[in-house]
Design a protein around this ligand. Structure first.
Ligand SMILES: Cc1ncc(COP(=O)(O)O)c(C=O)c1O
Length: 390
């Protein structure tokens, strides 16, 4: 029996028998003093590492001033964060919320309302195989996970799924009821899957031709995770609506829907929430965003991600494995479906990595992870891969 009493948690997911108590940079510590080199970082959330000074200071400062005046009033961090997000993204308006799924739910509602006003009541959104958009009822319907269509039936209608990367299939799916196309610029939960070259630009063209909204879910890829501040910025096009979460708060719960002026059709009462845009979380988001936009920070992060990639590639070639992804969102595709076994052995050896697919190891460390920590990670991983793959 587990030495940890979990009886008061509702259906806990399978977790190892440890209780995490402290984090510092790339390291996580448990109750018994074991430490773990963390290449999961709260599922790509802690972009500045565990307990970063930037976040701690902004929390303490803002907590001294104002926690939550209610969404009925403006607050300064909310206004400042919205303005900076718009400046950096080129989009025009922001709606703040508390989780990625809630942001996507907001994006779906925004698109449906826009369809009502601009496309004769069209509501259908084209989504993709391998997509992950969250765990609310609507975002589950937009997600492609086996069994999710019936798990909490009846589900939410209004989504049409086509093969990721297949432009002909997208074209064929567009009809009078279509209002938009929604996708992750790099699919995270599918195992870090990039679209074919030019796919995002082709979708932009299709949306322009047919008068549809292009919606990017940048909850995992945004906030410099793939290199540029937003993943779409490595292409030449921009979405009409973008959602952010995870790295936006660097570990605290804040998410956002960003929209172009054209798509910003919410009216008072359409969308809201008690905690939405509260100054405590917005102050953290603002501090994180300022940090990511600092040229020295961005340069160091880019060098670290190059080092991570080349180190993983050197290791992968020994095992006929391959590496894919961008920036600090990378995956090693193994020649055998032993990823869970490898991750479990890594955990025992003090390394946290994640396995979105049976043959895929995913690496999403803090953007502050040093080259020597990357070398430490490989030193733990290599002998485990030796055993699992040779
Ligand atoms: C691309 C993407 N969208 C949405 C979500 C859901 O975000 P949250 O877990 O904050 O609701 C996730 C979470 O992993 C994600 O990766």
């Amino acid at each position: 029996m587990s030495p940890i009493d979990t009886t008061h948690l509702l259906a806990p997911t399978p977790r190892p028998d440890v209780v995490m108590t402290r984090g510092e940079g790339s390291w996580l510590y448990d109750e018994t003093g074991n430490r773990y080199l963390d290449f999961v970082q709260g599922w790509a959330v802690n972009c500045l590492g565990h307990s970063s000074d930037v976040i701690r200071k902004s929390l303490v400062h803002q907590a001294d001033q104002l926690l939550n005046p209610s969404p009925a009033y403006y607050n300064r961090p909310q206004l400042d964060l919205a303005a900076l997000l718009c400046e950096k993204s080129g989009l025009d308006r922001v709606f703040f919320c508390n989780s990625g799924a809630e942001a996507n739910e907001g994006a779906i509602k925004l698109a449906r309302k826009w369809g009502k006003q601009n496309r004769g009541g069209a509501t259908e959104i084209i989504t993709f195989t391998g997509a992950f958009h969250g765990r609310t009822l609507a975002t589950m319907a937009a997600t492609d996970k086996p069994g999710w269509d019936t798990l909490f039936a009846p589900g939410v209608d209004g989504f049409c799924r086509v093969e990721f990367g297949n432009l002909a299939a997208v074209k064929a799916a567009i009809g009078s009821q279509t209002v938009g196309i929604m996708l992750e610029p790099v699919q995270g939960e599918a195992g870090v899957v990039e679209p074919p070259q030019g796919f995002l630009a082709s979708l932009r063209r299709l949306c322009d031709e047919h008068g549809l909204l292009l919606i990017f879910d940048e909850i995992q890829t945004g906030m410099s995770r793939t290199g540029p501040l937003f993943a779409y910025q490595s292409s030449t096009i921009a979405p009409d609506i973008m959602t952010l979460g995870k790295g936006l708060g660097g570990g605290v719960p804040i998410a956002a829907v960003l929209a172009s002026e054209k798509a910003s059709c919410f009216e008072p009462g359409d969308q809201g929430g008690t905690f939405n845009g509260n100054p405590l979380m917005c102050a953290v988001g603002l501090a994180v965003l300022h940090t990511l936009c600092d040229a020295d920070f961005a340069h160091a992060a880019s060098q670290a991600s190059d080092h991570l990639r080349s180190t993983l590639e050197n290791t992968a070639q020994k095992y006929s494995a391959s590496v894919r992804g961008q920036g600090h969102l990378l995956a090693m595709v193994l020649p055998k479906p032993v990823a869970s076994e490898v991750a479990a052995r890594c955990f025992e050896a003090g390394l946290l990595i994640n396995t979105p697919r049976p043959d895929v190891l995913r690496f999403m460390p803090s953007l502050t992870t040093s080259p020597s920590e990357i070398d430490d990670m490989i030193a733990i991983l290599s002998p485990i891969l030796d055993e699992a793959l040779q």
